[in-house]
Ligand binder design. Structure first.
Ligand code: IFM
Length: 440
C-alpha cells in the first residue's frame, strides 16, 4: 500500500476558458482566446470555448462532482475579462459575483478553493495595447489582482498568479499556435520578463491584502534531456530557457547565468532593480508535469536547441511520452537546486481516446498513468521532497486549446451535445485514492 501523508491535499484542476463558456454573458469582455478561436483556422475543427462545459451555469453540479470524487481541494482559474472587461478600470460586478458563488459552493462542500489568477485569457483590450510584450501589463495585472483578492480574501487562501509562463511565451508568442498567435522570438523574450514582473507584483499585492494567504506560481515543468551525448549543452540551454528562467529570478533573484546575456541582448527593458521585486516571491511552487523534454542542438544560437518528437511508443493521445520517472527527477531536482520549497503538483494527467460503452467509460490506461506518476511522486516524498498536494488534470473533459474538444483529459466524461457528465472508471479510482490517501 502506498500511503501519502495524512495532511496531503488531493484535488482536481480546470481553467476558466476551458470550461466556463458564457463567453459574452453578464458583461464579460472578450479575451485573446475569444478572438483567436473566432478567427477560424486556428483550432482543430474550428472549436471555440463559447460554450465549453457550460460550467458558468452548471457550477453547482460540478462542485457536487468534485465532492463525489472525495477531493479536498479544487484548482480553478478566474477569467480576467469577466471581472475587468477592459482589463483595468470598471469592475464587472456580475463577473465577480460568479466567483463568489463558486467559492461559497466549494466551501459549503468542505472543498478548499485554490485560485489561479491567469490561465491564458488576457482581456483583448489589453492585447490591443501590446499585452504581455509591454511593461505596463505588470501594473494592470496588479490592479486585477487587487480587485479579485480584495473580494475573495475571506474565502480563498491559496493563490496561484500565472499558469505556465513557458507556454504563454512559447506557444503564444514564439510558435504562434496559441493566442495571441505571434511567431516572434523578440516578442517572446519581452513577454518572459513582463510575466515575471507581473507575477512578482501580484505576489506582493496579495500579501499586502492578506498576509496569511499562500501564494505561488505554476510552471510547465518537464525534466530536460539531450537526445544523445552531443546534445548535452543544448539540454542545459533548454533547461535554462524552459525551467530555470522562471525559477531562478524567484528563488535566487537572477536570470540563469547561461542565458542572462542573451536575454538582455534581446530585451533592453530588463532593469536590475526588477530582480529585487522578483526575489522570494513564492510561498510554494506549482508544477504541471506530463512528460519529459528531449532536445537536440541546433546551428542557430538562439535558442540553441530544438525540441524533438518522442521516439517512444508509450505515448498518450497528445503524442506525449509517458515518463513517470520524470516526476521524481523533477521533484528531487527542485529539492536540490532551490532549497526544497513546498511543492504542489498542480497538474498531472493524460488524454486518451475515451469512448462510452453502455453508459460507462473504462479508461484503464488513465488509471495506469496516474498510478505510475503517483508512485514516482511517492518515492520523491520518501526521499525528503517537500510535496504537499496533487491535482489531477482535469476534473472533466474540456476545451484543450489548439486541439479543441478532440482530446479528453478528464476523469469525468463530457458528452458535449447533452452536457451530461459521467464519472469515468479513473474518476472512481481517484475517489478511492483521495479517500484512503493512497492505493495498493
Ligand atoms: O489543458 C492544459 C492546461 O490548460 C495547461 N496545462 C496543460 C494542460 C494539457 O495540455
Amino acid at each position: 500500500m502506498i500511503s501519502f501523508p495524512k495532511d496531503f491535499i488531493w484535488g482536481t484542476a480546470t481553467a476558466a476558458y476551458q470550461i466556463e463558456g458564457a463567453w459574452n454573458e453578464d458583461g464579460k469582455g472578450p479575451s485573446i482566446w475569444d478572438e483567436f478561436t473566432h478567427r477560424g483556422g486556428t483550432i482543430a475543427h474550428n472549436d471555440t470555448g463559447d460554450v465549453a462545459c457550460d460550467h458558468y451555469h452548471r457550477y453547482k453540479d460540478d462542485v457536487k462532482l468534485i465532492k463525489k470524487l472525495n477531493c479536498t481541494a479544487y484548482r480553478f482559474s478566474i477569467s480576467w475579462p469577466r471581472v475587468l472587461p477592459e482589463g483595468r478600470g470598471g469592475v464587472n460586478q456580475k463577473g465577480l459575483d460568479f466567483y463568489q458563488r463558486l467559492t461559497d459552493e466549494l466551501l459549503a462542500h468542505h472543498i478548499q478553493p485554490c485560485a489561479t489568477l491567469y490561465h491564458w485569457d488576457l482581456p483583448l483590450a489589453l492585447e490591443k495595447e501590446g499585452g504581455w510584450t509591454r511593461r505596463f501589463i505588470a501594473d494592470a495585472f496588479e490592479e486585477y489582482t487587487s480587485t479579485v483578492v480584495a473580494a475573495l480574501k475571506d474565502k480563498v487562501k491559496f493563490w496561484m498568479t500565472l499558469n505556465e509562463p513557458l507556454i504563454i511565451y512559447g506557444a503564444g508568442y514564439f510558435a504562434g499556435v496559441h493566442a495571441p498567435g505571434y511567431k516572434s522570438l523578440l516578442k517572446s523574450m519581452k513577454v518572459i520578463h513582463n510575466l515575471l514582473l507581473s507575477h512578482a507584483k501580484s505576489y506582493h499585492c496579495i500579501k499586502s491584502i492578506d498576509p496569511q494567504a499562500k501564494v505561488g506560481i505554476v510552471n510547465a515543468s518537464s525534466p530536460v534531456v539531450g537526445e544523445s551525448e552531443k546534445d548535452a549543452h543544448a539540454a542545459k540551454l533548454a533547461e535554462a530557457f524552459t525551467q530555470r528562467i522562471f525559477l531562478d529570478p524567484i528563488f535566487k533573484g537572477t536570470y540563469p547565468a547561461l542565458i542572462d546575456r542573451r536575454l538582455r541582448f534581446l530585451n533592453w527593458d530588463i532593469k536590475d532593480e526588477d530582480f529585487k521585486i522578483m526575489k522570494n516571491t513564492a510561498d510554494f511552487l506549482g508544477i504541471n508535469n506530463y512528460t519529459r523534454m528531449v532536445v537536440k542542438k541546433t546551428l542557430l544560437p538562439l535558442p540553441g536547441f530544438a525540441i524533438q518528437q518522442t521516439k517512444s511508443k508509450n505515448v498518450t493521445a497528445m503524442g506525449w511520452e509517458i515518463y513517470p520517472e520524470g516526476l521524481y527527477n523533477l521533484c528531487t531536482w527542485i529539492r536540490d537546486e532551490y532549497g526544497n520549497p513546498p511543492v504542489y503538483v498542480t497538474e498531472n494527467g493524460a488524454a486518451f481516446d475515451d469512448a462510452i460503452n453502455k453508459g460507462e467509460i473504462i479508461d484503464t490506461q488513465r488509471i495506469d498513468f496516474l498510478k505510475s506518476y503517483l508512485s514516482s511522486l511517492y518515492k520523491a516524498i520518501q526521499e525528503g521532497c517537500n510535496v504537499k498536494g496533487y491535482f489531477v488534470w482535469s476534473l472533466m473533459d474540456n476545451f484543450e486549446w489548439a486541439e479543441g474538444y478532440a482530446k479528453r483529459f478528464g476523469i469525468v466524461y463530457l458528452d458535449y451535445p447533452t452536457q451530461k457528465r459521467i464519472i469515468k472508471q479513473s474518476g472512481r479510482w481517484y475517489a478511492e485514492v483521495c479517500k484512503r490517501h493512497g492505493f495498493e
